[in-house]
Design a protein around this ligand. Structure first.
Ligand SMILES: Cc1ncc(COP(=O)(O)O)c(C=O)c1O
Length: 476
């Protein structure tokens, strides 16, 4: 028996979800409508939704309401590496990846869901280009000189000021401006690791990060990222008792491809483990600004007083991929990192530094982010709805909390080779799961990027891929 009215209301909504009357991605009735329907108070309805949120059946979006989460119809299995024994492996690929993962210059595919960059409609073109022109007019010849190897001081100060707003204390003196996030990762890893060292790496992990690790000739232990709970810190704990791990590479805020977010408690626990074993913790924050709900999450750096944490990010995902500017907060490894930055190309082009500096100073960047992240949240739920209705019932889809990536696990009976071959011929591009690991796993997974506006053609592409998946289920 339900003791409270909110429990009865929650039970009724849950029943609709379980019966499939509300499907993943569907927007649920507003608080106002339910208040009238059940003739009750706003707080009772709010409690009912809070209860469903806690059960993982619904997600809440700032200013947009409540939606059925992807996990409502599925019990997400842990990712395949979880149950496996801890294996240290060489960073070697068994296949050739560039054709699948790199951007297609012609963009001639029927529909692309594989490029992790905002589509043209979501890039604030006018804002960026106008700011660049203003910078050119005001700075003139100054843009044609060398800047300090670790970047313009006023830009670093703007970055520090902004990070303070999400409770992450940075110091301008230990920041290095880089040509995007990957370069920052390269510098971070090369500052603390030598060839043959073992790094603990989130799994699944994007191809470009794997590539940096491969280039540095490191060894890896892949740490499972659970689509519901994120980076498996207990698994890492087990690894640390068996191996000397030099660095941890992790994306706590909106991991690519699962979209998971670590809570502050998880972040603190991970930091505690790193400090206990004196492991450098390298955190990626490229999607940190693109949260779907109220609070912009802080970085692990916010809790660190040891200098062991290195945080890096860029404006490639939040502004435009062609603005080649990122940064690394190098903590106690600053001097080594600064030398490396100097050796691989010294300063980032002044035009990018001044443009980003101006966008941060005027708060135009924040205004853009406010609308962009809400558009992305809507895109996420639209994508969820499309995938859930098009693909066979055994398909599991992650519900991202931010960013623009979604991780899809197909029914194990689907013939994936035939699926990709169909998609390739039809010009429908997803990023295949096997590109997300050095191990031979994730064959039945793929990533969907939802950072481009939907057209009828794009929606049709998802439906066609889903229909094809239905026909490719082997039943014997
Ligand atoms: C998690 C993550 N980190 C880093 C990058 C690369 O960023 P940048 O273009 O700034 O080097 C990407 C791009 O796909 C990414 O998804």
């Amino acid at each position: 028996m339900k003791h409270y009215k909110y429990e009865a209301i929650a039970a009724e909504i849950e029943e609709h979800i379980i019966a499939g009357r509300y499907r993943p991605g569907d927007r649920l009735p507003s608080i106002r409508i339910l208040k009238e329907k059940f003739n009750t108070s706003i707080s009772t309805i709010q409690n009912a939704y809070d209860y469903l949120l806690a059960k993982g059946l619904v997600e809440s979006l700032l200013k947009s309401g409540y939606y059925v989460s992807a996990s409502a119809h599925q019990h997400q299995e842990n990712t395949p590496v979880k149950s496996k024994p801890v294996i240290v492996r060489d960073a070697v690929f068994k296949h050739h990846l560039s054709a699948i993962t790199t951007w297609n210059q012609q963009r001639n595919a029927f529909s692309e869901f594989n490029v992790a960059a905002a589509g043209d409609a979501f890039i604030p073109q006018k804002l960026v280009l106008r700011t660049m022109q203003q910078v050119i007019r005001s700075q003139g010849i100054g843009l044609l000189r060398y800047y300090p190897a670790n970047g313009a001081f006023h830009l670093r100060e703007q970055i520090v000021r902004r990070a303070a707003q999400y409770h992450t204390g940075l110091h301008a003196g230990e920041l290095i401006i880089t040509d995007g996030a990957l370069q920052a990762l390269y510098i971070a890893l090369a500052s603390v690791c030598a060839p043959g060292d073992v790094v603990a790496l989130e799994s699944p992990c994007i191809f470009s990060i794997l590539e940096v690790i491969r280039m540095l000739k490191l060894k890896v232990v892949e740490i499972p990222v659970d689509v519901n709970n994120g980076f498996d810190i207990d698994y890492l704990k087990k690894v640390c008792t068996k191996h000397t791990v030099k660095a941890i590479v992790v994306t706590p805020n909106f991991h690519n491809p699962t979209g998971t977010l670590l809570s502050n408690d998880q972040k603190k626990y991970l930091l505690h483990l790193a400090q206990l074993h004196q492991i450098v913790l390298i955190e990626n924050d490229v999607y940190g600004d693109l949260n779907f709900t109220e609070q912009r999450p802080c970085n692990i750096k916010a809790f660190d007083d040891s200098g062991l944490v290195m945080t890096y990010t860029s404006y490639s995902k939040s502004l435009a991929a062609g603005v080649r500017l990122g940064w690394l907060s190098a903590g106690r490894f600053f001097h080594r990192a600064e030398q490396l930055k100097f050796a691989i190309g010294s300063t980032v082009a002044p035009i990018y530094q001044e443009t980003v500096g101006a966008l941060l100073q005027s708060n135009s960047y924040d205004r853009h982010i406010r609308s962009f992240r809400m558009q992305l949240a809507k895109q996420a739920y639209h994508t969820l709805g499309l995938l859930a209705s098009a693909f066979p019932p055994g398909t599991r889809i992650s519900t991202p909390k931010g960013g623009y990536n979604m991780w899809v696990q197909m029914d194990a009976r689907v013939d994936m080779t035939a699926f990709y071959s169909y998609c390739e011929k039809a010009g429908i591009r997803f990023t295949p799961g096997y590109t997300f690991s050095f191990a031979q796993v994730y064959h039945h997974f793929f990533r969907v990027v939802f950072a481009d506006k939907y057209s009828r053609t794009k929606e049709k592409a998802i439906r066609l891929a889903g229909q094809t998946a239905h026909t490719l289920i082997c039943t014997d």
